[in-house]
Write a protein that binds this ligand. Structure first.
Ligand SMILES: *Cc1c(COP(=O)(O)O)cnc(C)c1O
Length: 405
């Protein structure tokens, strides 16, 4: 006798309903979640999990953070949407705030997602009058056609060829390859400060700085895709600030809205003036509600010293993972609270399952890499609880792997 059967909202029933009506582009998700608070979430049958996926590096302040709830409620209750035919204050304040964090004058275009933030960068690149672009193999810049052309992952591109643009993909982290590919014909070079979707791949020190020098010499725009690494994820407002690198264009999304959909394209110098009336737009661009949420995220990060906390908590998590002493872990890489646990062999899906059985949500981002991207506000105690359970999940996956071998 269960209420779930009547309402059809238990884990299995919800999943079946999902399969009946949703397009199958995502495959079937493994678990319905119905509620969250901070770092914790609950499934449709009341089971509790520690969330180290964070909506894929989106839930910067965790779930249901009071500052976000308040900002969204108040904005929705006063002025929900005006379109770009009218000025609203929240997007103006958010743009001022983001440029302040960047530490230099520029201009901002708001959108609704990461892919759209990069589409705007793509168009800015085209408006230089050049058509050639360079990005990195394995890089991820989104799934819409322009962003997909920049995404250096053939499996995602092949069904949609021909893609717009004239894009060269170079090996990530290879300065000589950049030097050879970027020429005075190149409109833009787009790079992630570290490759998130490709398995949390960190480039060699000095790579971004070299990219800056190479693009400056050819008059090419350097676009840094900080959609995953920005807004405090690595312990800095922008990951590239750790290296002192200033791009011409910076794209943001994921963590920016604290769970609400908002993307931003920040442009500096001459590139800030390339979009002119009629060249680009979106109905929801600068929507006051999502901008209010983003302002609440930025204010909270600043007020509560979250950047320092991310660096400390990231070190604690990383050291804990490194000291599990398990044969299965080859390496832990990443920055701040964006970490990739690289396994000896393709065991990530098994580890994800074993972790979930222990009430821990993690993401098998590559066959041999488990990505961790908990809320930036994750507590030391939550990190410790996670480490205990994750070590057990690793042991179990290792056992399973041995049995299967
Ligand atoms: C997630 C991501 C994107 C795409 O963002 P969407 O909101 O999914 O369109 C682009 N670039 C990077 C680096 C990302 O991590």
């Amino acid at each position: 006798m269960s209420g779930e059967e009547v309402t059809g909202a238990g884990n299995e029933a919800l999943t079946r309903r999902w399969q009946d009506v949703m397009m199958d582009n995502f495959g079937t998700p493994r678990l319905p979640l119905v509620r969250g608070r901070g770092t914790r979430v609950w499934d449709a049958e009341g089971n509790e999990y520690l969330d180290f996926v964070g909506g894929i590096a989106v839930n910067a302040l965790g779930h249901a953070h009071p500052a976000v709830v308040r900002a969204v409620s108040e904005q929705a209750a006063s002025l929900g949407h005006v379109s770009n035919l009218f000025v609203a204050e929240p997007p103006v304040r958010l743009a001022e705030r983001l440029l302040g964090l960047a530490g230099r004058p520029g201009r901002v275009y708001f959108s609704n997602s990461g892919a759209e933030a990069n589409e705007a960068a793509f168009k800015i690149g085209r408006l230089t009058g050049r058509t050639h672009m360079v990005s990195a193999a394995g890089g991820f810049h989104g799934r819409t056609m322009g962003a997909l052309a920049l995404t250096g992952q053939p499996v995602k591109q092949v069904p949609f060829r021909p893609l717009p643009g004239e894009v060269s993909h170079v090996p990530y982290g290879d300065v000589e390859a950049l030097r050879a590919a970027v020429t005075p014909r190149t409109a833009l070079l787009v790079l992630e400060p570290l490759q998130g979707e490709n398995g949390v791949v960190v480039p060699p020190p000095g790579y971004l700085r070299a990219a800056r020098e190479i693009t400056a010499a050819t008059g090419t725009l350097l676009v840094l895709d900080e959609i995953q690494t920005g807004v405090g994820r690595t312990g800095h407002w922008f990951a590239a600030q750790a290296e002192g690198v200033e791009a011409d264009v910076v794209t943001l999304a994921k963590g920016l809205g604290g769970g609400l959909p908002v993307g931003a394209t920040l442009a500096f110098g001459a590139s800030a003036r390339l979009l002119t009336p009629g060249t680009h737009g979106s109905t929801f661009s600068g929507n006051p509600v999502v901008c209010a949420a983003a302002l609440a995220v930025l204010d909270t990060i600043e007020r509560e010293g979250v950047l320092d906390h991310v660096r400390r908590a990231g070190r604690r998590l990383r050291r804990g993972l490194e000291s599990t002493g398990l044969q299965l872990v080859r390496e832990v890489r990443g920055a701040g609270l964006l970490l990739g646990v690289v396994l000896e062999g393709p065991h990530a899906a098994g580890v994800q399952r074993a972790a979930e059985d222990r009430g821990l949500l993690v993401n098998a981002v590559a066959p041999d890499v488990v990505r961790l991207a908990p809320p930036l506000t994750v507590s030391d105690r939550e990190v410790d609880v996670f480490l205990d359970g994750f070590a057990a999940a690793l042991s179990e996956a290792l056992e399973d792997g041995r049995r299967a071998a």
